[in-house]
Design a protein around this ligand. Structure first.
Ligand SMILES: Nc1ncnc2c1ncn2[C@@H]1O[C@H](COP(=O)(O)OP(=O)(O)OP(=O)(O)O)[C@@H](O)[C@H]1O
Ligand SMILES: [Mg+2]
Length: 358
């Protein structure tokens, strides 16, 4: 049976429409003003928003702070030169961030150039194995340093003791030298103790996570001379958490102190709490967790140390020992939780996940 050109055209369109709806790849189309004009169901699922919600909104709503910016999209519309960017982090809605590879190309629709964006979500399994790998690396680095610190600690005690004994035999003038030995030995002991990290097992009790955080807030308000005040954004419905209050305070304090050191006067630090569901912690699925975020709008973590941030002795500050985050990591691990971070200029967020009892 012969079909007219018109019929084939219609048939083709119908197939194409159905195809776009069946595709596993998430597809988004922008009009020539870079406003969203179509999402296929896969994209609706990926972004957890329906087309009704997103239609007509600017693309920037989704791609803010990524390399998919207006200049490049306009260039694509005018030249037709397609591009693919990998490792784009989409932080479109709260508590839902994902990494994707995005291909942008130009398509014509009703004779008007449009932008077609295809999302390929980076395999979650890959992300999890990367996390597990980094965790193992962190354990290896920490153990190495712990071993070293342990070896230094013993002779250091002997050295200090000997200097103290010697002190008694010396004239006042000579005692200056032993005082110097003792002072420096104490300084080293202090460092070595921090290198060894927290050595007591946590005393687990039920605590309201917000009273734990309010303690941190109190300490910060007393101790910093720039009178930085922490903003709070708490979810009061979080049930009590089984934790060692002092240890969690210490972990949060180490993170907050870093933020205080990094930001300037007009920046802010926010403590945020939420309930998180279906998270992976060290490769294992956790149904419910309390999520504490420490967010600042400062300059962000230098790129050069982002991958090794939690390793001991990694610091971006000239006078930093690089132990604060490694210690925070140990403390959170003692609670079977997870400490992670994502940072770009203007937004640095450390996230502590503490599993909640089912
Ligand atoms: N909120 C932040 N903004 C910018 N940079 C940060 C932030 N938090 C951490 N950093 C960077 O991460 C580095 C490591 O932090 P960490 O607390 O482990 O060590 P430190 O602060 O250098 O030394 P220590 O805490 O032992 O005194 C810091 O030196 C800093 O460069
Ligand atoms: Mg620090």
């Amino acid at each position: 049976m012969l079909h007219s050109r018109q019929e084939i055209q219609e048939l083709k369109l119908r197939y194409q429409q159905t195809l776009a709806n069946q595709l596993v790849t998430a597809v988004l189309i922008l009009d020539d003003n870079l406003n969203i004009c179509y999402l296929n169901p896969a994209a609706e699922a990926l972004l957890i928003k329906s087309m009704y919600k997103l239609y007509g909104n600017p693309a920037d709503l989704i791609f803010a702070n990524t390399s998919i910016n207006e200049t490049r999209l306009r260039q694509l519309l005018s030249t037709g030169q397609e591009f693919t960017d990998s490792d784009i982090i989409i932080e479109f809605s709260e508590n839902h961030r994902f990494t994707a590879e995005i291909t942008a190309s130009a398509v014509e629709f009703d004779r008007i150039p449009h932008v077609l964006l295809e999302f390929k979500q980076i395999d979650q399994q890959k992300q999890i194995s990367l996390e597990v790998f980094q965790q193992q690396q962190w354990i290896a680095a920490r153990d190495l340093i712990k071993g070293l610190a342990h070896e230094i600690k013993n002779p250091l005690g002997g050295l200090r003791g000997a200097a103290q004994l010697l002190n008694k035999e010396l004239t006042q003038e000579q005692q200056e030298y032993t005082a110097m030995i003792i002072e420096q030995a104490d300084r080293l002991t202090n460092l070595v103790d921090r290198l060894l990290g927290p050595n007591q097992l946590p005393e687990i009790q039920r605590h309201n996570i917000h009273s734990v955080l309010e303690k941190v807030n109190q300490v910060v308000s007393f101790s910093n001379d720039q009178s930085i005040e922490l903003q709070r954004d708490y979810d009061p419905s979080i049930p009590s958490v089984e934790c060692d209050q002092e240890k969690i305070q210490q972990a949060v304090l180490n993170i907050v102190n870093n933020a205080i050191q990094a930001i300037s006067k007009d920046n802010t630090i926010t403590l945020k709490t939420r309930i998180a569901s279906n998270k992976t912690i060290n490769g294992q699925r956790v149904k419910l967790a309390a999520q504490i975020s420490i967010i600042d709008d400062g300059p962000g973590i230098p790129n050069s140390i982002q991958d090794t941030l939690f390793y001991p002795m990694v610091s971006g500050r000239s006078n930093g020992t690089g132990l604060g985050l490694s210690i925070a990591q140990t403390l959170v691990n003692q609670h079977h939780g997870k400490l992670s971070c994502h940072s770009r200029p203007g937004h640095t967020e450390f996230i502590i996940l503490l599993p909640l009892e089912q």
